[in-house]
Structures are given as C-alpha cells and as structure tokens.
Design a protein around this ligand. Structure first.
Ligand SMILES: NC(=O)C1=CN([C@@H]2O[C@H](COP(=O)(O)OP(=O)(O)OC[C@H]3O[C@@H](n4cnc5c(N)ncnc54)[C@H](OP(=O)(O)O)[C@@H]3O)[C@@H](O)[C@H]2O)C=CC1
Ligand SMILES: Nc1nc(=O)c2c([nH]1)NC[C@@H]1CN(c3ccc(C(=O)N[C@@H](CCC(=O)O)C(=O)O)cc3)C=[N+]21
Length: 292
C-alpha cells in the first residue's frame, strides 16, 4: 500500500500570501504604489458571496486595496459594460475580477472582452488566453496557475510526465493543459465525450480533475503513485442530511493508491485566491512600469 502524501494547499497559499504582502509593502515604501483589486459581483449567489468575502479579506491582509461592486441581479449588460469601462480608466484599479457565472441575461463573453487585458487578473480575456497559447507573458488564470505551483513543489520533474486533464473549460481545463504543455508534459485533455475515461486516467502520472461531478474519479482509475490535483468544488448532502464540499475525486479511495493528492477543501481553492493576489501585484507593477 502506497503512503499517499497530502498536498496542503492551504498552508502553501498562506506562505505565498505572506511573500506577496512583503512585496506589496516594498512597493508602497519604495514607489508609493498600492495595488488595487476591483471585484464585481452581480446578483446574490450565496457561494459567490463567500468567495468574494474571502478575497476581500485576504486582499486587505496582503496590504492591497480592495474595491467591491455589488450590483443587483437585474443589472443590464449595458450598465455592467459601463462599470467595467470606468474601472478600466481608474488608475487606482490595477486588477478587475467579474465574478462568474453572470445572470443569464448578460453575455459573459462580451463582459470579459471589455476588461482591459492588462487589468484582467483572472486571465480570461482572449488576449491573455492567446498569449498563454503562443508563449508570451500575460496574465495566467488563477486556478490552473495555483495547480501548477503545487505540482512544481510536490511533483518535480514535470518534463516528460504524462498529464491528463479532465475538463476543457476556458477557465480551468484548457489553460491547465497549456501550462502543463509549457512544462513539457505529454498532455491529454479528457471531457464528457471521452470514450474510456477510466482508462485515460490510468495512464496519468499527473491527473488534474476539473469536472464539477462529485467524486467522479475513482480509486481504481489511478495509476499507483500518480500525483492527483482535485479542482472540483461540489456541494453535497451526506447520509445525515449535512451539507459538505467534496472534490471531483473519491478522496478516500485515492489514499493508498495516489502518490500525492490535494484535499477538498484545503487544496486548490486557497491557491486560487493567492494567485489572484499575485496577478494583481504583477498587473500593478506592469502598469506602473516597475520591474519585478
Ligand atoms: N478550486 C477552485 O478554485 C475552483 C474550482 N472550480 C470547480 O472546478 C470544477 C470545474 O469547473 P469548470 O471548469 O468551471 O466547469 P465547467 O462546467 O465549465 O466544465 C466542466 C468540464 O468537465 C467536463 N465533464 C463534465 N462531466 C463529465 C464527465 N462525466 N466525464 C468527463 N468530463 C466531464 C465537461 O465536458 P464537456 O466540455 O464535454 O461538456 C467540461 O469540459 C467545478 O467543480 C468548479 O466548482 C472552478 C474554478 C475554481
Ligand atoms: N471570475 C471568476 N474567477 C474565479 O476564480 C471564480 C469565479 N469567477 N467564479 C467561481 C469560481 C470558484 N472559485 C473558487 C475560489 C476559491 C475557493 C476557495 O477558497 N475554496 C476554499 C474554501 C472553501 C470553503 O470555504 O468551504 C477551499 O477549497 O479550501 C473556491 C472556489 C473561483 N472562481
């Protein structure tokens, strides 16, 4: 039986935030620059509210300015475009995050296209996606970046490893595959039309699950010793009727098979916010023309 390591994303993210706070303090002392992150929340989804609360608190703790815009669910697309354009012009705002999903009457592609690419700390703008694809410096999506940092710390060397990414969304799966390719992994992207998903997964030295299906990936889908990154955040109700969060991987089954695995919660989630702060600092430096 393999002794499976837990990849403690919560502790790793806390260390990252401490480094970011020190860099932010230095920027302020030497250049009088305070990075500003604007978060836009449309409507009143309770899960989104929790993320926004965490982001606001951790942004402030890192010594950056947090600006919140909470808009009613009835907000029109034109009003949201106007707000994003005002944030694009605001020199105190270095990063803009519009929480997804947006209400159905708003075209999220249009909103993402409105965000100035240099302020797009989510890395969702087509320009940033394109920059990642062709190997230019841009802003990289926070969740895949967080996964990559964990892999670099817990699974070196990445070059030559077989990586399987389950999920092909623009915000997680596709940019994750791009980052792994950049590290010279041999990358497979699986999705809902993949013919034999368990068999594809069994080939993976590195498995990233970003599906949104509670515990879809079973213990016997894993290659012994594989490094497993579980991106899924799924709310489920257990036998006693209590709500809890589980990932896309059956965690208990993976113990004893995987070489290392991220828990949910306490794995990828905290890394997403730490990378958002990192991207905000990077964006502020670039906008101010300060090398970092
Ligand atoms: N920890 C964090 O910081 C974050 C966590 N998340 C979580 O990660 C998960 C994925 O998010 P996101 O990428 O936005 O989700 P999407 O719903 O946008 O994409 C899900 C992907 O999984 C694929 N898929 C769905 N069902 C299956 C299946 N049965 N077998 C194989 N593939 C399947 C879909 O395939 P197809 O394209 O064919 O439909 C799609 O490509 C969610 O649980 C989300 O909550 C998301 C962002 C941040
Ligand atoms: N524009 C945009 N950018 C996003 O990055 C974005 C988004 N919209 N919409 C929603 C998803 C989801 N997401 C999470 C971020 C942090 C945790 C997180 O911190 N999770 C912790 C705490 C979980 C808990 O509080 O129980 C954990 O997993 O340990 C989770 C999920 C970002 N997303």
């Amino acid at each position: 039986m393999m002794d499976t390591r837990w990849i403690d994303g919560k502790a790793f993210a806390a260390r990252m935030r401490a480094e970011i706070a020190a860099e932010a303090a230095d920027l302020r002392a030497r250049h009088g620059l305070e990075p500003g992150l604007a978060v836009v929340l449309v409507g009143d989804d309770p899960a989104s509210r929790i993320y926004v609360r965490n982001k606001v608190q951790q942004t402030t703790e890192a010594g950056m300015r947090s600006l919140e815009h909470r808009l009613p669910a009835e907000t029109t697309e034109a009003e949201l475009v106007a707000l994003v354009e005002a944030l694009n012009r605001d020199r105190a705002v270095h990063g803009i995050l519009v929480q997804l999903p947006l209400p159905r009457h708003i075209d999220s592609a249009r909103i993402l296209a409105t965000i100035a690419p240099e302020k797009d700390v989510d890395g969702f703008h087509v320009v940033n996606a394109g920059r990642l694809a062709v190997g230019l410096d841009g802003l990289v999506p926070c969740t895949p970046l967080g996964c990559l940092l964990l892999l670099k710390a817990f699974a070196p060397p990445l070059a030559g490893a077989r990586a399987v990414v389950v999920g092909r969304s623009n915000i997680v799966g596709k940019p994750m595959a791009q980052l792994l390719l950049r590290e010279s992994c041999t990358v497979t992207i699986a999705h809902s039309r993949t013919r034999d998903l368990p068999e594809e997964c069994r080939r993976a030295d590195i498995l990233v699950a970003a599906v949104g299906q509670p515990e879809l990936v079973r213990g016997d889908w894993l290659k012994p010793g594989a490094i497993v990154i579980d991106v899924g955040i799924n709310r489920v109700t257990d036998a006693e009727g209590k709500a809890r969060i589980v990932g896309d991987v059956a965690f208990k089954e993976a113990l004893g098979v995987a070489g290392a695995i991220t828990p949910v919660p306490g794995g990828v989630g905290p890394m997403t916010i730490a990378c958002l702060l990192r991207n905000t600092l990077t964006a502020a430096r670039r906008q101010a023309g300060i090398a970092g």
